[in-house]
Design a protein around this ligand. Structure first.
Ligand code: GUN
Length: 299
C-alpha cells in the first residue's frame, strides 16, 4: 500500500555539482600559487564500462582545472610494465593522485598494483594503508563511493547517528569501507552497521529493520518493496545495464533496487543514474585536491 506520498529523490547530480563548485574555488586559489592539482588516470584494456568512467573522470578534471595525465595501456600489458608506470608516477611531482581503473585484466594482480601505489597518492583509498587507517578512524584517503554515500546523506540532512544502517554487499570498493566509515565515532557517522551478503540467511529480517538501507551487491533490482521498511532511506549504489527492447540502445541502466515499487514506501531514495554515481567522481576530485594540498611548500 502506498501510504507515503512524500518520498524524496536524493539528487546526486545536484549535490555533486555543489561539491565540485566548492572545489573549483579552491583549485583556482591553488593555481594562483602555482600549485596545479594533478591526477594520473590509468586504464588497462578496453572494458566499455571502465572506458565510460575514465572518460568522465578525465572530463571532470579538465572542467575544474585539475591536470589529468592519461595512461591507456593495452589489455595485454604486462604486470611489470604497469608496476613500472606506477613507480614513475609515485615520484612524479606533477602527479598528486593516481587512479588505476578497476577491474584489471585477469593476468595482473590487483593486490600487487594497489600495494605499489604510494599511499599519499592513493586518491581511491584502496591501498591497505588507507584501508587500515580508515578502520582505525585515522586521517586517510577514503574510497570515493563510500565517501560519496556519506556526503549524500549528510548534505541531504539525513542523520546517521544511532541509526541502523544495513549495507547489502561486502566488496572491498563499497560494502566494507562504507561499513568502516559509518561506524566511526564522528558526527556524520556513529551508526549501528549491519553488513549482509550472498550467504546471509533471511536477508529481509535485516533489510526490513534498516533506517538506512544501502544496496551495493551488483544484482539488478534485487531489493524489492517487501524488503524495505516504510519510511526508510535507500541508497542505491548499483549500476547494471539490462536489456530493454523498448529503448533505441536496446538496454537501460538500473540499480540494485527495484526503484518504482520501493520509491512508494520510502522517505528518500537515490535514483540510478543520477544518485551515487556523480558523487563518486566528486569525491575523487576532493581527494585529489586534498593530495595536492598535502604537498609540502617549497622552501
Ligand atoms: N571500478 C569501479 N569503481 C571504481 C573506483 O571507484 N575506482 C577505481 N579505480 N576503479 C573502480
Amino acid at each position: 500500500m502506498n501510504t507515503n506520498k512524500t518520498a524524496r529523490i536524493i539528487d546526486g547530480k545536484k549535490i555533486a555539482s555543489a561539491v565540485l563548485e566548492e572545489l573549483r574555488g579552491e583549485i583556482a586559489r591553488m593555481r594562483a600559487r602555482n600549485l596545479v592539482p594533478g591526477l594520473a588516470v590509468v586504464l588497462v584494456g578496453n572494458d566499455p564500462a571502465s572506458e565510460v568512467y575514465v572518460r568522465s573522470k578525465r572530463k571532470t578534471c579538465a572542467d575544474l582545472g585539475v591536470n589529468s595525465f592519461a595512461y591507456d595501456l593495452p589489455a595485454n600489458c604486462t604486470e611489470k610494465r604497469l608496476l613500472k608506470l606506477i613507480e614513475s608516477l609515485n615520484v612524479d611531482a606533477r602527479v598528486h593522485g593516481i587512479l588505476v581503473q578497476m577491474p584489471l585484466p585477469k593476468h595482473i594482480s590487483e593486490k600487487k598494483i594497489l600495494e605499489a601505489l604510494s599511499p599519499e597518492k592513493d586518491v581511491d583509498g584502496f591501498h591497505p594503508v588507507n584501508v587500515g587507517r580508515l578502520l582505525n578512524g585515522e586521517e586517510c584517503f577514503v574510497s570515493c563511493t563510500p565517501a560519496g554515500c556519506q556526503t549524500l546523506l549528510s548534505r541531504s540532512g539525513i542523520k546517521t547517528a544511532g541509526k541502523h544502517v544495513v549495507i547489502v554487499g561486502r566488496s572491498n570498493i563499497v560494502g566494507k569501507p562504507l561499513a568502516a566509515l559509518l561506524m566511526q565515532k564522528s558526527e556524520d557517522a556513529n551508526a549501528t552497521v549491519t553488513v549482509c551478503h550472498s550467504k546471509t540467511r533471511n536477508m529481509s529480517k535485516y533489510t526490513r529493520d534498516a533506517d538506512i538501507l544501502v544496496a551495493a551487491m551488483g544484482v539488478p533490482e534485487f531489493i524489492k518493496p517487501a524488503m524495505v521498511r516504510e519510511g526508510a532511506v535507500v541508497i542505491d549504489v548499483g549500476v547494471n545495464r539490462i536489456p530493454d527492447p523498448t529503448r533505441k540502445s536496446g538496454n537501460r541502466l538500473v540499480g540494485d533496487v527495484a526503484f518504482a515499487g520501493v520509491f512508494k514506501k520510502v522517505r528518500a531514495i537515490t535514483p540510478v543514474p543520477g544518485g551515487v554515481g556523480p558523487m563518486t567522481i566528486a569525491m575523487l576530485m576532493k581527494n585529489t585536491v586534498k593530495a595536492a594540498r598535502q604537498v609540502p611548500a617549497k622552501k
